[in-house]
Design a protein around this ligand. Structure first.
Ligand code: ZN
Length: 424
């Protein structure tokens, strides 16, 4: 006979027949296979005595075929098996499914517990019945009254507790609302905190940028102060204007002013020299705060000129040499006007003392007089004048300008410094 697989009907674990039982089943029942197709169908949920190999001690669940199986099967037991098989096959009896030993023990424990409960209930009912039979009618009435009173008291208590429950519910709802409000406020505060952190980061970045900018400005300021100190030590007049009066011709900023029969200086150079002289006198007057009377001096390179304050037209400080044939021409009048302005400055400077010039200026005749030695007078006009005289007059004028330049350098350079103290 091939091995047959049994499953526990509760836990579905496979059941293993004990070896002894299997031997007993397979031996005597072999002849039974012809009569019964299901020799293992004789089962029961009640356990049989242990066959030596206890199912509880086996790691695999085993189960025992129930019935009157003995080592020596009698005809009676075989008849019983056949009978039960017949009943099962004819539907007169249900087949009990097998159970493993553990499930069987559990089932028995459950049934024992139910039995205990049922017995306790039965005992209670019995005691009640006995008490009821012992209580008299009056006592029963009194007991009913007492129970009714207790019931009313309990109903009041229930109503009170229900009211209390409502109060607690209301309080719970109020606290929930407060909790929701607090959570909303908390979320708002978190958003605010997040925004504050962003603002803080922006401000920090701005602070860094401003610190960088401040550092840059401080460096520029230090550089500017250094430049300022260098400029303070610089004599602006002396480095801008250089006048040489050695030799027959006066020279200003490398431009010769005047011409001689043997030294034919170009008119462009003479005009440029006049432009430098005009620029020098203009700068000196600005520095001294002197406003010229009668003329406005306009330094304009080799096309410098003067504008009379009364009347139209201009007086030139440049020429191409063709002016000399005309009396009182614009060039001569321009040079005389320049002398006028120079004399105004000299008079202004003499008021402040410290200025002594070697050549006296006669504005009306356009003359320069050597006041130190010979008393020689030279005219600055060109009409009916020799080149030598004219050039000498120009050299006198440049010598005066050179001394005025030195005087102004010592007097005005430190006064020209603006007040930078608030930058330091
Ligand atoms: Zn089981």
């Amino acid at each position: 006979m091939s091995s047959t697989l049994f499953l526990c009907q509760r836990c579905n674990q496979p059941l293993k027949l004990s070896q002894k039982l299997r031997t007993m089943q397979e031996g005597p029942l072999e002849t039974q296979q012809h009569a019964s197709p299901s020799p293992r169908a004789r089962t029961s949920s009640s356990p049989l005595p242990d066959w030596g190999q206890s199912s509880q001690s086996s790691s695999c669940s085993t189960f025992s075929l129930l019935g009157e199986l003995t080592a020596q099967r009698t005809l009676n037991t075989i008849q019983n098996v056949v009978l039960e098989t017949f009943e099962i096959l004819s539907g007169q009896k249900d087949v009990d499914h097998p159970l493993c030993v553990d499930c069987t023990d559990n089932l028995l424990r459950e049934l024992d517990a139910q039995l205990t409960v049922v017995e306790a209930d039965t005992q209670k009912y019995r005691s009640f019945l006995e008490r009821e039979s012992l209580v008299s009618e009056e006592e029963r009435e009194a007991m009913h009254v007492e129970l009714w009173a207790e019931l009313r008291s309990l109903e009041k208590e229930e109503a009170r507790l229900a009211q209390e429950l409502k109060d607690v519910d209301r309080q719970h709802a109020r606290i929930e609302a407060e909790l929701r409000a607090a959570q909303a406020e908390s979320r708002e505060l978190e958003q605010q905190e997040e925004q504050d952190l962003k603002d803080y980061a922006l401000l920090t970045m701005e602070e860094l940028e401003l610190t960088d900018e401040l550092s840059s400005v401080e460096k520029r300021l230090a550089h500017a102060q250094k430049q300022l100190r260098r400029l303070r030590e610089t004599d602006i007049f002396n480095i801008t204007f250089t006048i040489l009066d050695e030799g027959p011709l006066g020279i200003i900023n490398n431009f010769r002013l005047g011409r001689l029969p043997g030294v034919q200086v170009g008119w462009n150079e003479i005009n440029a020299a006049w432009g430098q002289a005009a620029l020098l006198l203009f700068s000196l007057s600005k520095t001294a705060g002197l406003q010229f009377q009668r003329y406005q001096l306009v330094p304009c390179g080799n096309h410098s000129y003067l504008k009379p304050l009364a009347g139209d037209g201009v007086l030139l400080l440049f020429s191409d040499g063709s002016h000399r044939i005309f009396h009182n021409n614009k060039f001569d009048r321009g040079m005389k006007a320049f002398l006028d302005c120079l004399q105004q400055f000299v008079e202004e400077a003499e008021k402040k003392e410290g200025l002594f010039l070697p050549y006296r200026i006669h504005v009306k005749g356009g003359m320069l007089e050597d006041a130190r030695d010979s008393g020689e007078c030279c005219s600055i006009t060109t009409h009916l004048n020799s080149e030598e005289e004219w050039t000498k007059a120009l050299k006198f004028m440049l010598t005066n300008l050179k001394l005025i330049l030195a005087w102004a350098s010592s007097r005005y350079c430190f006064k020209m410094e603006p007040d930078w103290s608030h930058f330091e």
